[in-house]
Design a protein around this ligand. Structure first.
Ligand code: S3P
Length: 445
C-alpha cells in the first residue's frame, strides 16, 4: 500500500473533533492481564490494530476464550495464573515488539515449552534485553544469533525473584521483568534509569495485585511479589496519545487549523509530546480532564501556531519515544535549529527511526543531519517546509504517518511507500486524516 498525499502549504487546515483509536500499550496489557485473571474482564475502546490483535490471537492459541473485538469491545474469559495451555504451533506476533517482549516475561514461568516469532522487521530487533533478566530469574530462553527472535522458551522452570537495574529506559523490558515476577517466589524489583510508561503497574493494581514504587536518586524502583492472583476487571482504553500526536503536529503546522482530539490518554509517562510541542510554541489546551480505570484522560484542543527550534530536554525523550518521527516533522517546520540528543533507542524501533527519518526529510529538501543519538534539523522560516517527493517508510507505521503530516507544509505531493503497517497501530488513519481535511490517495504498490 502506498499513500499519495496532496500538498497543503497554501490551503489545508485541519478542523473538527476526532477520536483516534485505542491506546496500543493499554490494549496489549488488557488482553494479557485479562487472560491470566480469574473471571471475565470486559474491555472497551480496544485497539483493533494488527499489533494488539496479535496479542489477542496468541492468547486464543493458548486456550483463552476471547469474544470480539466488536466495535472496540472485547470480553476475556480469564483462565487464572496457571490456566494457559500449550499452543499447537509457534506464536507469531507479527510486527509487535511489545507482544514479544511482554509475552517472554509472562510465558517464561509456564508449564509448557513454546516459541515466539515475528515478521521480518521484528526478527531484526534486539531481544537480549529481555533474555538477560529472564535468565537471571532462572528462565530458559534461547534467541537466534545476535540475540534476535525467534525466542524459544523451555517451560517448567521455577522462577526466582530478581533485583534488576535496566541498562536502558524501556517499559517493555520493565514490564517483562514484572510479568515474570508474578510467577516467581518472592519479591522482584526493577530500577529504571529514567521514567518510562507505567501502564503495567497501573493495570496490575486495577486487577487487584499490589505494586510498590520507590523514587530515589538512581531513578525509580518498581517491585512486585510473586505467586500472584489477579481478579478480572473492566478496562476503558483511552485513545492513543501516540496516534493523536500526528494530528497534534498536523494541526499545529497548518495555518488556520483547530482540532479537538477526544478522550486521549494523558498518563504523565506519555505526555512528552505535549510538553515538547509546548516548549516549541504550540497551542495545546487540555479540556475536560478526567480519570478512567486508573488512567487520566482529556480532550485536547490544538490550534495552529508558529514553532521555534529548541534543544529537546533529554528527560522528555522516554516520555515521547514513539512520537519522534512526527516531532522531526514539527522540527522541520520550526524556525531555527532543533537538536535531539539522548534518543539512541530510536535506532532499534520498527526501523532505524533516526536514519530513515533523516533520509526521508533530506529527500523532501530539509536540512536534517542524523547523529548517533538523535538529529539536528534546520527548520523552515516560511510556509514551504518540504518539497514534494518520494519517501520510504521501511514498513514502519509511524514513519508513514509522520510523512503524511509533512504534506500539510509541502509544495508538491508526497508519495509514501510501504504503508501497510499503518494498520498495526492506527487502522483507518487515512480516512480520519481525510475527515480532518487532508487529501490522501491510498493505492496498491
Ligand atoms: C511500549 C514501550 C516502548 C514503546 C512501544 C510500546 C510498551 O518501547 O516504544 O511502542 O507498550 O511498553 P521500549 O520499551 O522499547 O521503549
Amino acid at each position: 500500500m502506498k499513500f499519495i498525499v496532496q500538498p497543503g502549504y497554501q490551503c489545508r487546515t485541519l478542523l473538527g473533533r476526532i477520536r483516534v483509536p485505542g491506546d496500543k500499550s493499554i490494549s496489549h496489557r488488557s488482553i494479557m492481564f485479562g487472560a491470566i485473571a480469574e473471571g471475565v474482564s470486559h474491555i472497551s475502546g480496544f485497539l483493533d490494530g494488527e499489533d494488539s490483535l496479535n496479542t489477542l490471537r496468541a492468547f486464543r492459541a493458548m486456550g483463552v476464550k476471547i469474544d470480539g473485538p466488536d466495535d472496540g469491545r472485547v470480553s476475556i474469559h480469564g483462565v487464572g495464573m496457571h490456566g494457559l495451555q500449550s499452543p499447537a504451533a509457534p506464536l507469531n506476533v507479527g510486527n509487535s515488539g511489545t507482544s514479544m517482549r511482554l509475552l517472554a516475561g509472562l510465558l517464561a514461568g509456564q508449564a509448557f515449552d513454546l516459541e515466539l516469532r515475528g515478521d521480518a522487521s521484528l526478527s531484526k530487533r534486539p531481544m537480549q534485553r529481555v533474555t538477560d533478566p529472564l535468565t537471571l530469574m532462572g528462565a530458559k530462553v534461547k534467541t537466534a544469533e545476535g540475540g534476535r527472535p525467534p525466542l524459544k522458551i523451555t517451560g517448567r522452570q521455577q522462577l526466582k525473584p530478581v533485583q534488576y537495574t535496566l541498562p536502558m529506559a524501556s517499559a517493555q523490558v520493565k514490564s517483562c521483568c514484572l510479568l515474570a515476577g508474578l510467577y516467581a517466589e518472592g519479591t522482584s524489583c526493577v530500577t529504571e534509569p529514567a521514567t518510562t510508561r507505567d501502564h503495567t503497574e497501573r493495570m496490575l493494581k486495577a486487577f487487584g495485585w499490589p505494586v510498590t514504587i520507590n523514587r530515589h536518586k538512581q531513578g525509580l524502583t518498581v517491585c512486585v511479589t510473586g505467586q500472584a492472583i489477579l481478579k478480572a476487571t473492566d478496562i476503558d482504553v483511552p485513545a492513543d496519545i501516540s496516534s493523536a500526536a500526528f494530528f497534534m503536529v498536523g494541526a499545529t503546522i497548518s495555518t488556520g487549523s483547530e482540532i479537538v482530539l477526544e478522550h486521549v490518554g494523558i498518563n504523565p509517562t506519555r505526555t512528552g509530546i505535549i510538553e515538547i510541542l509546548k516548549l516549541m510554541g504550540a497551542d495545546l489546551t487540555l479540556l475536560n480532564e478526567r480519570e478512567v480505570g486508573g488512567e487520566p484522560v482529556a480532550d485536547i484542543c490544538v490550534r495552529s501556531a508558529r514553532l521555534q527550534g529548541i534543544h529537546i530536554p533529554e528527560t522528555l525523550v522516554p516520555l515521547a519515544i514513539d512520537e519522534f518521527p512526527v516531532l522531526f516533522v514539527a522540527a522541520a517546520c520550526a524556525e531555527g535549529e532543533t537538536r535531539i540528543t539522548g534518543a539512541e533507542e530510536l535506532r532499534v524501533k520498527e526501523c532505524d527511526r533516526i536514519q530513515v527519518m533523516a533520509d526521508g526529510l533530506q529527500a523532501l529538501g530539509v536540512d536534517a543531519v542524523a547523529t548517533h543519538d538523535g538529529m539536528i534539523i534546520q527548520g523552515a522560516a516560511d510556509m514551504v517546509a518540504f518539497h514534494g517527493g518520494v519517501v520510504g517508510s521501511h514498513d514502519d507505521h509511524r514513519i508513514a504517518m509522520a510523512f503524511t503530516m509533512a504534506a500539510l507544509r509541502s509544495d508538491g505531493a508526497i508519495h509514501i511507500e510501504d504503508c501497510d503497517n499503518v494498520n498495526t497501530s492506527f487502522p483507518g488513519f487515512a480516512r480520519l486524516a481525510e475527515i480532518a481535511g487532508m487529501t490522501i490517495q491510498v493505492c496498491d504498490e
